[in-house]
Ligand binder design. Structure first.
Ligand code: NAP
Length: 227
């Protein structure tokens, strides 16, 4: 029987790459986009006969509830990839811009994860959230992108709470993943690695951490990152 993965935020960049990689690996894939018009590239991927595209904005509770109701069967992996870079400065940004960055990168992904975790397989399930090395407080040596860094640090903390309250006793692993510095709209063309290198490493890590009985903060090669 094929394994099933849900990938949230799959219109472009790493999300689209994760869909392509898991179709290649034989998974049944449910992918979400914000706008139905963004289905075209997904539907053209090799293996798309195993792909279902649904609509979801992670900042909408209605979308999250609709998505949870539509997910077919039990999921082996839930991957919340959606994210934004947000405003540059915590001082110059408006309160609305700060709220949007936190809703998109922190509260939306975590509320979605809470809504979907009941649809995951016990013992072998893996819930992954796209974090960033920039969310590491221990490794931080620059003050730039302060708002973005703080969203990923907060997401990591809520992922730990989620693991402790809803995943650990069921044997569901939680991963906060740094994809590398990747050539996407967000990462820019000067980034270190291409999308294929990142998503293939991430897919290997999703498989390697089945049954890990942990919440880990790792990069796409499986290297632990300081909290
Ligand atoms: P990207 O090319 O800008 O793609 C971002 C994705 O998130 C798009 O699919 C976008 O959908 C979706 N998204 C944004 N807001 C959303 C919302 N409210 N609801 C649902 N989906 C939403 O960025 P990327 O580089 O692929 O980044 C993907 C993830 O990796 C992000 O969480 C990012 O923080 C993280 N990351 C990236 C890098 C890097 O070097 N690229 C490094 C570390 C971490 P639309 O097309 O509808 O906007």
């Amino acid at each position: 029987m094929s394994k099933a993965i849900l990938i949230v935020g799959a219109s472009r960049g790493l999300g689209l790459g994760l869909v392509a990689e898991h179709l290649k690996r034989g998974f049944d894939v449910v992918a979400t986009v914000r706008k139905p018009a963004d289905e075209t590239e997904l539907k053209a991927l090799p293996g798309a006969e195993r792909l279902t595209v649904l609509q979801a904005d992670v900042t909408s509770d209605d979308d999250i509830a609709r998505l949870a109701a539509k997910v077919p069967g039990l999921l082996d992996v839930v991957f919340v990839n959606a994210g934004v870079i947000g405003p540059k400065s915590v001082v110059d940004a408006s309160p609305a811009e700060l709220d949007k960055a936190f809703h998109t990168n922190v509260f939306g992904p975590i509320r979605l994860a809470h809504a979907l975790i009941g649809k995951m397989r016990d013992k072998t399930g893996v819930l992954a959230l796209m974090s960033s090395r920039m969310g590491s407080i221990g490794e931080q040596s620059s003050g730039h992108s302060a708002v973005y860094r703080s969203t990923k640090a907060a997401q990591n903390s809520l992922a730990r709470s989620l693991w402790l309250t809803e995943a650990k006793d069921r044997g569901v692993t939680v991963l906060s993943i740094h994809p590398g510095w990747v050539k996407t709209d967000m990462g820019g063309q000067n980034a270190d690695i291409d999308i294929e290198t990142s998503v293939s490493g991430i897919a290997d890590q999703l498989a390697a951490n089945i049954g890990a009985d942990a919440h880990r903060f790792i990069d796409y090669r499986g290297k632990d990152i300081a909290w």
